[in-house]
Design a protein around this ligand. Structure first.
Ligand SMILES: *Cc1c(COP(=O)(O)O)cnc(C)c1O
Length: 447
C-alpha cells in the first residue's frame, strides 16, 4: 500500500496548474506558494485521520479559496442588521469614510503661511458647541482619562464611589487605568449607595479631585442612591478640590426627541460647575474615535504640555472627520450625522421598508416575514433602554447567520429561536438593495 504522503501531489505540480499560474499575477508568487503548501498540509492531516486523498483540482480550489479570502478587504464594510446602533464590534457610530488621497492643511495657517495649531480647528468647534472655556482631544476616552490623571493627579488621590468602579468593554477597568496613570484611587461608599458625606470624609491634603464615572453599560435599581452632581461640586468648592466627570457617552442633546429618555448632556454637566467632562467621540456624538476633554481653562491648560498628549494625538483623518461632525451639530443639522439619521427614521418607515423587502424576497423564492423588534443604542450608552423597530425574520440558525456574514457585502444579524432576525434600524435605506442581494445569495447557498 502507498504511504499517505505519496497519495498527495507534489507542491511543484500544484504550482504548475494553469489556474495557480494565473493567480500569481493577482496575488504574487510567494502568496500562491504559501496557499498551495497550506492546502497540501491540511490534506495531509485529513489523510492521517482517515479521509480520502483529494484530487489535484480540489487542492487547487482550496488554495484559490484561501487566496480569495485573504484578498478580501481587511475591514470590509458590512450591513448592520443587529439592531445595535453604536455597535462596538462594528466600529461604534457609523461614519462615511472619505479618503481623498490628498494633502490637507493640518498644521499650517493658509493666510500667513506660518505653522498652525493642529488641534486648533477642532478645539475651536468644541468650545463653541459645548460653551466651555477650553477643550482638547486625544485618541479615545480611555486615553483622555489617562492623560488627565497623569497630568493632574500623579501620586495624588482621586476619590471615586464604589458604585462607579466600572469595566467598559475592551478591558477598560477604572481601577487599573488609575493605577497605570499613577493616581491613587480612594474608594468611598458602597456598591449601591454613596453619600456626599462619604466623599467629604475622604478628602485630604493629597486629594486632587472627585471623579464621577457614568454607569455607561449597566443599570442599578432598588435600594440605590448617589449624591447629585451639584452637591458634589459644592463640597469640592468648599474643600478646594476639582470635580471631573467621565461622562463616557458624550450625550449632547435631548434624547427624548428620538424616543429615548433624557439624560444629562455635557453642557448641563458643565453648568453644575464640574471642572472637566470627558467622553468618547464615537458614541452619542456620532463622530470619529476620539477622547474629548472640555472644561475650564485652569483645569485643561496643564494637559497641553504633558508628553502623553503628544503620544496620544489623533490622526489627521480623525480630526477632519470630528470637525465635520461638530459643524453639523453646531448648525443643528444633526440628521447629517449618520447615527442621527438612523435614530430619526420613523417606525412607519421601517415597517414600510420591511414589507417591501419581504415582498421582494418572496418573489425571489425566499420565505421572509416582517417582525416588530426592539433596537438599542448600545456601545456603552443608554444601558436600560430600547427603541421600537421593524425587521425581517428568515427561518434558519447560526448556519444562515454565518452565510450572511460570508457574502461579498456581509450582513450581520442576530439569531433568535430558529430565525435570523435582520433589524432595519441600523441599515441605511440606500443599503436595502444590497441587503436584498446578500440575503438571496445566502439563502440560495444554504446546504
Ligand atoms: C466608553 C467609555 C469609556 C471608554 O471610552 P473609549 O473611547 O472607548 O476609550 C470610558 N468611560 C466611560 C464612562 C465610557 O462610557
Amino acid at each position: 500500500m502507498r504511504s499517505p504522503q505519496a497519495q498527495l501531489p507534489a507542491i511543484h505540480r500544484l504550482l504548475a496548474h494553469p489556474r495557480l499560474v494565473a493567480a500569481r499575477g493577482l496575488h504574487g508568487a510567494g502568496q500562491v506558494l504559501t496557499a498551495a503548501r497550506e492546502a497540501v498540509a491540511t490534506a495531509r492531516q485529513q489523510l492521517a485521520s482517515g479521509a480520502p486523498a483529494p484530487a489535484l483540482d480540489d487542492l487547487v480550489e482550496r488554495a484559490l479559496a484561501a487566496l480569495a479570502a485573504r484578498a478580501r478587504s481587511a475591514y470590509p464594510s458590512v450591513l448592520n442588521a443587529t439592531g445595535v446602533l453604536v455597535h462596538t464590534n462594528l466600529g461604534r457610530a457609523p461614519r462615511r469614510t472619505v479618503e481623498t488621497g490628498r494633502y490637507l492643511a493640518l498644521e499650517v495657517d493658509l493666510e500667513t503661511g506660518e505653522r498652525g495649531e493642529r488641534l486648533g480647528p477642532v478645539v475651536d468647534r468644541l468650545i463653541r458647541y459645548f460653551g466651555c472655556e477650553a477643550a482638547t482631544v486625544v485618541t479615545n476616552n480611555a486615553a483622555a482619562l489617562v492623560l488627565l490623571l497623569a497630568a493632574r493627579a500623579a501620586r495624588r488621590q482621586v476619590v471615586v464611589s464604589r458604585g462607579e468602579l466600572v469595566e467598559i468593554g475592551g478591558s477598560f477597568r477604572l481601577p487599573e487605568i488609575m493605577a497605570a496613570a499613577g493616581a491613587d484611587l480612594v474608594e468611598v461608599g458602597c456598591t449601591n449607595r454613596t453619600r456626599t458625606d462619604d466623599y467629604a470624609r475622604a478628602i485630604g491634603p493629597d486629594t486632587a479631585a472627585l471623579l464621577v464615572v457614568h454607569r455607561s453599560n449597566f443599570h442599578m435599581d432598588g435600594f440605590v442612591s448617589s449624591p447629585g452632581l451639584d452637591e458634589l461640586v459644592a463640597l469640592a468648592r468648599e474643600r478646594g478640590v476639582e470635580v471631573w466627570v467621565d461622562q463616557g457617552s458624550g450625550c449632547h442633546l435631548d434624547l427624548s426627541v428620538y424616543g429615548l429618555r433624557r439624560e444629562p448632556t455635557v453642557r448641563e454637566i458643565l453648568a453644575t460647575g464640574a471642572e472637566i467632562v470627558l467622553f468618547s467621540g464615537d458614541k452619542l456624538l456620532g463622530g470619529a474615535q476620539a477622547g474629548i476633554l472640555v472644561g475650564t481653562a485652569a483645569a485643561i491648560e496643564p494637559l497641553r504640555g504633558h508628553p502623553l498628549r503628544r503620544a496620544l494625538r489623533p490622526d489627521k483623518s480623525v480630526l477632519a472627520a470630528l470637525a465635520a461632525t461638530l459643524d453639523a451639530h453646531l448648525a443643528e443639522r444633526h440628521d447629517e450625522v449618520p447615527l442621527y439619521r438612523l435614530l430619526a427614521v420613523s417606525q412607519a418607515d421601517l415597517r414600510r421598508r420591511a414589507r417591501r423587502l419581504a415582498a421582494r424576497l418572496r418573489r425571489a423564492g425566499v420565505a421572509a416575514s416582517i417582525v416588530a423588534t426592539r433596537s438599542v443604542v448600545g456601545g456603552g450608552t443608554t444601558p436600560d433602554q430600547s427603541l421600537p423597530s421593524w425587521g425581517l425574520a428568515l427561518r434558519g440558525g447560526q448556519g444562515l447567520a454565518r452565510r450572511l456574514r460570508d457574502q461579498a457585502v456581509p450582513v450581520v444579524g442576530r439569531v433568535e429561536e430558529g430565525h435570523v432576525i435582520l433589524d432595519l434600524r441600523a441599515v441605511f435605506e440606500d443599503e436595502d438593495a444590497l441587503l436584498l442581494a446578500s440575503v438571496v445569495a445566502a439563502v440560495a447557498g444554504e446546504p
